[in-house]
Design a protein around this ligand. Structure first.
Ligand code: PMP
Length: 432
């Protein structure tokens, strides 16, 4: 029967990209996901980076029940009480500066579309600066500012997009004495190029505070501050895409808090839903008043859904109640230490980086040449899976093979030890 279902899936599902595991999955709880053979896997990817408070946390299950007793959905013109509550909670407890007005939708891609539309309407411009290794979503506008490789084959590209090289201390585009100098020199050159080509109608600079899919790259703080200034100097808005960095994963409430930079618009998704589709975009009253006067619109079928807001509120409460922001630092330090022990034994581990529980481990053939070890990464990831550890490897042909290691913030030291042991044995096997 289970075998049949796997075959049925092969027959009837569109293959939507990415690596697919050779089994079907049935349930998830905390850090553990289970397949239809009853095998358990440690989930060190938090699903799609969403299950930050652990899979199927009882508070989320309760929130869904609560929505079921009240309402899942209304007409978009009927603002649910719980949406007002979530908007207030975000503004009061979580967001920096004067980001006080929010809209609630469902996915990170939608959130990027909202942010870009806001910026274009507010500024009257259309030019967007984005980092080369970024990911902001799969829909039209969002994919236009994401990694180019995912835009091939889908027709005419969106115009007005300018790509800045992402800072990468391990593989700098321009080599300088320090990481910060290299990042700033890159930016300086990129901005000069932009200014030469720009029509003067800039709308926004959009960045992930940590370039995650692009290889878990943490820019120097001075780089983010320089981006803030670059946006201000050109009358453009600064957008932070905090799909992954918001609400604790990197050990601060938001990426903005870590960098000490307040963006004009912030997008939040993955973490906010804890595994359910919940996303938000927040901006200032000044920007919101302006675009409202210009008839800003984003009424999707599920805008302001009470189900999503009930879940979002529950997730934020759990993060606060269980002190998960602080826990990300404690567990992140522990996990990093364990990975550094492996690095001492394996030449192939070229670099370990990241913040809190968003860590990147870059694999190389040797530390002198830093040649990306793509095959080793793929093989070891497969061996980890066979031993009960789910890992995600980010492969960019020209840049490197990087494991993004991001378990739920509720992960225990015992689970980390088990995962590192599996990683150790799988690496050893693959290198044999
Ligand atoms: N922004 C970032 C930083 C992301 O990581 C993602 C998802 N990988 C998105 C946006 C898009 O979100 P979604 O897949 O929910 O549309």
């Amino acid at each position: 029967m289970k075998e049949d279902l796997y075959n049925l899936a092969q027959e009837h599902l569109v293959r939507y990209g990415g690596d697919v595991f050779p089994t079907l999955f049935t349930s998830a709880k905390g850090t553990i996901v289970k397949d239809s053979q009853g095998r358990e896997y440690l989930d060190f990817t938090s699903g799609q980076m969403c299950a930050t408070i652990g899979h199927n946390h009882p508070a989320i299950v309760d929130a869904v029940h609560r929505a079921g007793e009240k309402a899942f959905h209304f007409f978009s013109g009927m603002i649910p009480e719980v949406v007002a509550e979530l908007a207030q909670t975000l503004a009061r407890d979580w967001l920096p500066g004067d980001l006080k007005r929010s809209i609630f939708i469902n996915t990170g891609s939608e959130a990027s579309e909202v942010a870009l539309r806001m910026a274009k309407m507010y500024t009257g411009g259309f030019e967007i600066l984005a980092l080369g290794g970024s990911w902001h979503g799969i829909t039209g506008g969002a994919s236009a500012v994401s990694m180019a490789s995912d835009r091939k084959g889908y027709g005419v590209p969106v115009s007005g997009i300018y790509v800045i090289p992402e800072p990468n201390a391990y593989r700098p585009y321009i080599d300088k004495a320090t990481e910060e100098e290299a990042a700033l020199a890159n930016l300086d050159l990129a901005l000069k190029m932009f200014d030469m080509q720009s029509t003067g109608r800039g709308a926004a600079i959009i960045v992930e505070p940590v370039v995650s899919a692009g290889g878990v790259l943490v820019p120097p703080k001075a780089f983010m501050q320089a981006l803030r200034k670059a946006a201000d100097d050109r009358g453009m808005l600064l957008i932070f895409d905090e799909a992954q960095t918001a609400f604790g994963r990197i050990g601060t409430r938001t990426g903005a808090e870590y960098f000490g930079v307040v963006p004009d618009i912030m997008t939040m998704s993955k973490t906010l839903g804890g595994g359910l589709p919940v996303a938000a975009v927040s901006t200032t009253a000044k920007i919101e008043d302006d675009i409202h006067s210009k008839k800003f619109a984003f009424y999707t079928s599920h805008v302001s859904d009470p189900l999503a807001a009930e879940v979002g509120l529950a997730v934020l409460n759990v993060i606060q109640r269980e002190s998960l922001v602080a826990r990300a630092n404690v567990m992140g330090t522990y996990l990093r230490g364990r990975l550094e022990e492996l690095q001492q034994r394996y030449e192939a581990i070229g670099d370990i980086r990241g913040l809190g529980l968003l860590l990147g481990v870059e694999l190389v053939t040797d530390r002198t040449s830093r040649t990306p070890a793509h095959q080793l990464g793929a093989l070891t990831t497969q061996k980890c899976f066979e031993r009960g550890l789910s890992m995600n490897i980010r492969r960019r042909p020209e840049r490197g093979s990087v494991w993004r290691i991001a378990p739920p913030l509720t992960v225990s030291t015992e689970e980390i030890d088990r995962a590192v042991d599996i990683l150790d044995r799988s690496l050893r096997d693959s290198l044999d």
